[in-house]
Design a protein around this ligand. Structure first.
Ligand code: NAD
Length: 335
């Protein structure tokens, strides 16, 4: 690393996107500090320094922001539909994530950080624009009048506004992206916080050929999914640009959940039946609208969903095989 390498802190560096972002920044020659409650689950962090701390604490935010040029704020209390839409986690989602953002924005200004990135979400878009699975409206300027379908979305919208207020009043440059369903290897794939692509890959990998897997809802709800490498490319391009956002970072390749399951089966070479059961599903339709990112950054993601799903399926099947190997291995002597 050169003596004048740019210095960045990644908040949420133990999480899926944060851990990948640390790797990406290191590859670009940054000195990187990571902060999270936990280390990354699947591979050691590549950060130069890693603080295992709680970002709800203002002192930790001050330590995180000390002596860096850029802050990437990705830490949040979050998960997939099974975590966000049941209602059981609403108070902690709002309390924990709002505290992290309030404290981090203040700490970044106090430490005279030049630029802060904030990861917002497609979940801020109003439910009333996402009732038709074939024609959801997720243009950036459709966010108001606000009516997100979850408290997770409301907190994101509040924090977007809070960061924009800091930019207006305190002279810090803010960049905001609204991520749309990011997926890929080294993401949560079981335990309740996993998202649809990982959950479907796991179910398909676990199922014997000819059996059935369960799908939440009628399977006709639509979504788009963005591969992790494309997400990071978008984040870095936004950070280097003079555009504040908020801007969608997502794919425009919309599929139904049944089509996503069919794709996973094709990749696995298995024929399975889909059993539709009731479960938390969120809005009926959602797709990224990439007109603004094309206009402002002259770029948009281009990798096909199938290419991303192949890489993700391979990784999850490998995780399952390793777990089975551990379960069937003889216990070490003495146990
Ligand atoms: P993730 O859950 O894997 O990562 C979030 C990390 O934040 C976790 O490692 C968690 O331990 C950490 N964290 C939570 N509370 C903390 C605290 N009090 N102190 C320190 N660390 C804390 O999630 P992700 O998928 O990597 O998402 C990263 C960001 O992108 C989040 O802000 C999320 O809301 C946003 N986002 C993600 C998606 C997606 O599809 N993955 C979509 C939209 C928005």
């Amino acid at each position: 690393m050169s003596a004048n390498a740019r210095r960045a802190v990644v908040c949420g560096a133990g999480g899926f996107i944060g851990a990948h972002l640390v790797k990406r920044l290191k590859r670009e020659g940054f000195w990187v500090r990571g902060v999270d409650l936990k280390a990354p689950e699947f591979a050691p962090s590549e950060a130069d320094e890693f603080l295992t701390e709680d970002l709800r604490d203002p002192q930790v935010c001050r330590a995180a922001a000390r002596n860096v040029d850029e802050v990437y704020q990705l830490a949040a209390d979050m998960g997939g539909a099974g975590f966000v839409f049941t209602g059981e986690n609403d108070a902690s989602i709002m309390h924990n994530s709002a505290l992290i953002n309030l404290n981090m924005a203040r700490a970044a200004v106090e430490s005279r950080v030049g630029r802060i990135f904030y990861s917002s979400s497609a979940c801020i878009y109003p439910e009333y624009n996402q009732t038709d699975p074939d024609n959801p409206n997720c243009a950036e300027d459709s966010a108001y009048p606000a009516a997100p379908d979850s408290e997770y979305g409301w907190e994101k919208l509040f924090s977007e506004r809070m960061y924009l207020a800091y930019q207006r009043n305190c002279g810090i440059a803010v960049r905001i992206a609204r991520f749309h369903n990011i997926f890929g290897p080294e993401g949560t794939w079981d335990g309740g916080r996993e998202k649809a692509p990982a959950a479907i890959c796991r179910k398909v990998a676990e199922a014997a050929d000819g059996t059935e897997i369960e799908i939440w809802g009628d399977g006709r709800q639509t979504r788009s999914f963005l591969y992790i490498d494309e997400c990071l490319e978008g984040v870095r391009r936004l950070m280097e640009s003079d555009f504040t956002g908020p801007v969608n970072i997502g794919s425009e390749q919309m599929v139904t959940i049944d089509e996503l399951a069919a794709m996973a089966m094709r990749i696995a070479g298995k024929r399975l039946k889909l059993k539709h059961i009731s479960g938390p599903t969120g809005v009926r339709g959602r797709n990224s609208d990439n007109r603004l990112i094309r206009e402002k950054l002259g770029w948009e993601p281009s990798l096909s969903l199938e290419a991303g799903m192949r890489a993700t399926y391979r990784w999850i099947a490998g995780q399952l095989a390793a777990r089975r190997g551990r379960a069937s291995a003889p216990a070490p002597a003495g146990e």
